[in-house]
Design a protein around this ligand. Sequence first.
Ligand code: NAD
Length: 431
Amino acid sequence: MTAPAVCIAGMGKIGVPLAVQFGSKGARVAGYDISAERCAVINDGRNPLHGEPGLDEKIPGLVVSQHLRATTDPRQAAGGADVVVFIVPVDIDATQRPDFGALDAAVDALAPHLKRGALVIVETTVPVGTTRTRVSARVASTTGMTPGMDFALAFSPERVSSGSVLLDLQRYPKIVGGIDANSTARAAEFYHQMLDAEILPVRDAETAEFSKLVETTYRDVNIALANEFALIGDALGLDTLGAIAAANTQPYSHVHAPGPGVGGHCIPVYPYFLMEPETADVRPPLETELAATARRINNGMAHYAIDRLAQALGTLEGTTVVVLGLAYRAGVRESRHSSAFGLANALIARGATTYVHDPLFSDSEIRAVGLEPPPSWPLACDALVVQAWHRQYHDLDLASFPGLRAVLDTRAVLDPGTVPSAIAYLTIGRK
Ligand SMILES: NC(=O)c1ccc[n+]([C@@H]2O[C@H](COP(=O)([O-])OP(=O)(O)OC[C@H]3O[C@@H](n4cnc5c(N)ncnc54)[C@H](O)[C@@H]3O)[C@@H](O)[C@H]2O)c1
């Protein structure tokens, strides 16, 4: 079987490793992105992503052998492609409704260059129905081609995590669902060629879209439950983390960890997609009692955590507090929907001079998201709030922060025995 020509729309944290994976399997990959800078880095044979294993080694060779190139020109990207994969983001807007701007723009740009018989795959996480209604209609209206007849169309959720994408592509089954049986079969055949993972066809595109929302909403609801346990445990003076760890030794108990909220561009976003299906026969927002409650609980945790700190210090008015970690999780240079925002805003609202420190971001990058980096490091402060426990913090010396009176360890990562007795040590879920 000859290796296909593949166009991947979105050369981001997932699109680039995906291009490397497909290129390594012999596909001729054209990455399409609106960022000329991103395309230039790739065409230079350099890795645009930090901390994604395997890319530094593979990108130069793939570019030289012409298995990987990137372009801002939609014609060059999609013209002649056998397969077009969309992996541009769909986020939520300020009113928590899906923002399809990037996906619509990418579809509209590439569709005019789609060849008859091509396979189109949406990998971006989307509300149920998006592939069959929105994407299909846009391609059809731009090209005059009939979905299912003139081009195949499928959805295949991207289940990987940044930081381990190439490994995850091998180990997680690849779910595929098309708008018809032929589209499902063609997508399954494509991924058989491109991946070493098990391929898991499901009934249709909607089932595949739904599966990703099931996976992510499950985690959000699970974390909300852990947070509710922590609220109860803290009120009663219990060791909630110990109780969860003990409970999870039973094979049917999989309770996640409590924390200051849920960050990143997936878990706190996709429960809202569940409420906004893109189907003609259901009018959103859909009633989703449990998912909505979980969102509310998780969004409230930053205020709860800062309330605990305020109680320990008496007041936060006039204090100086440093949040450790802008990133939404340790080791990842991504701040979207990070709990750092909720914690910093709660501190500022209570009158604390608030700084956010992160070794993975420059001062100007921290300012660019509306937060203030510390003027010096380490600095005199009343409290530290552990938000993302980066490797660089592991040998942090609490004694080097003059005046430090409290540490709020929202991830329960410090050994309480190492915290000097003069410093109050607080967590969520452990006394
Ligand atoms: N990052 C993750 O850990 C992760 C995990 C699972 C699934 N996903 C899925 O992958 C999607 C993309 O995530 P990401 O982390 O790669 O995003 P990202 O922000 O790192 O990259 C997105 C890229 O798309 C480009 N882009 C934006 N609009 C475009 C357009 N109109 N045409 C072409 N390119 C455009 C941007 O310039 C950027 O390079 C997510 O929305 C999600 O559905 C991500």
